[in-house]
Design a protein around this ligand. Structure first.
Ligand code: DAH
Length: 351
């Protein structure tokens, strides 16, 4: 009997040596400590032993059981530790590896150019003034000297907001930032109606037009409007301001030109162009004919001054409305305005 027990012990311990994984360990437990294992069978057959045999065999059997159980416990702990070690090794931090780059958001090129424009105009003494994107016909057109039915309205194909019952004053998405001129003048003039203070503002913001979309035209784009009203303001001040802007943006040698034009809210009116250095003035998809039209400008029309609360007999002013994306196109050599709102990361990540 004792021989048998020694053998059970030896076989069990040897078999445990060969165990390599969880499944084998469980199989070992069933085979060597389970109900039908040789050891347990032996316990079951205890009754057949003689009185003298029992204490010795009993003691040894319990010993073997303890040995096997302890070996099992040790082996399973060993395997647990090994598994843990393997998983730690697999994940081990190599502190010498370069870190993973956290993708950082960045400012849209249009925002960047607008901020640069605020800075430049700020240095020239202009304040930023914001006004609404949804306007009434009155502000978008009438107060700017586009009477109802005026043909110049066709220059700005308009998006109307459903506005039943408003007659000749429907709600529109602003087609330009110029209505902000009226808001700003009225606000400033209200500070001292008999002697309105001077105005020097830039008005940035999104404008909307039902346009044929192409490389230079979008149905939604940013403008930055400028307005200076005061005593003795002349067309030279306007030319000086815009030429200086171009130099600050593009360097001392940049060429600019003013072309006579027409807007209902300015008289005289001009168009302001910057030489297209994308094509070296030869003409390309961005500029068309070698010059990129950046915006319109002129001396504020007397009717507009009056609508803003300024007496045109005493006050004069100049105004301009620039397309900030057009400026960004020159600045960053972007050859199609449609890139701005396409949300294509391959474009946006370049800025
Ligand atoms: N509002 C005009 C447009 O969107 C641009 C413009 C022209 C603005 C002349 C002005 C200006 O302030 O004086 O086409």
């Amino acid at each position: 009997m004792l021989e048998k027990l020694n053998e059970i012990e030896r076989l069990g311990l040897d078999a445990l040596e060969a165990v390599r994984d969880e499944a084998a360990l469980e199989a070992w437990r069933v085979a060597h400590l389970g109900r039908s294992s040789a050891l347990m069978q032996l316990f079951n057959g205890f009754g057949q032993l003689t009185k003298e045999e029992r204490p010795m065999v009993g003691q040894r059997a319990n010993e073997v059981k303890k040995v096997l159980e302890a070996a099992f416990g040790a082996r399973s702990e060993e395997m647990r530790q090994a598994a843990l070690k393997r998983s730690i090794e697999q994940e081990r931090l190599d502190v010498t590896l370069p870190g993973r780059r956290v993708p950082l958001g960045r400012l849209h090129p249009d925002t960047q150019i607008l901020r640069e424009l605020y800075r430049i105009f700020g240095e020239m003494g202009f304040q930023v003034y914001r006004s609404r994107e949804v306007e009434s016909d009155e502000y978008n057109f009438q107060l700017l000297n586009f009477p109802v039915g005026h043909p110049a309205r066709d220059m700005q194909d308009t998006y109307f907001v459903e506005s039943e019952g408003r007659g000749d004053n429907p709600i529109v998405l602003r087609t330009h930032t110029s209505p902000g001129q009226i808001h700003a003048m009225r606000e400033v003039a209200a500070l001292n109606p008999h002697n309105p203070p001077p105005v020097r503002i830039v008005l940035p913001g999104m404008v909307y037009r039902y346009e044929q979309v192409d490389a230079r035209h979008e149905t939604q784009f940013d403008q930055i409007e400028g307005l200076a009203v005061g005593l003795g303001i002349t067309f030279s001040n306007l030319k000086g301001t815009l030429a200086d802007l171009a130099r600050r943006l593009f360097g001392q040698n940049v060429r600019t030109r003013f072309r006579a034009s027409f807007f209902p809210f300015t008289e005289p009116s001009a168009e302001f162009d910057i030489e297209c250095f994308l094509c070296g003035g030869k003409g390309c998809t961005v500029c068309g004919g070698g010059w990129l039209e950046i915006g319109g400008c002129g001396m504020v029309h007397p009717v507009v001054l009056r609508n803003g609360g300024y007496d045109p007999e005493r006050y004069t002013g100049f105004a301009f409305g620039l397309g900030s994306q057009r400026i960004a196109m020159l600045r960053y050599r972007i050859n199609d305005i449609r890139y701005f709102w396409e949300n294509d990361l391959r474009f946006l990540e370049q800025f």
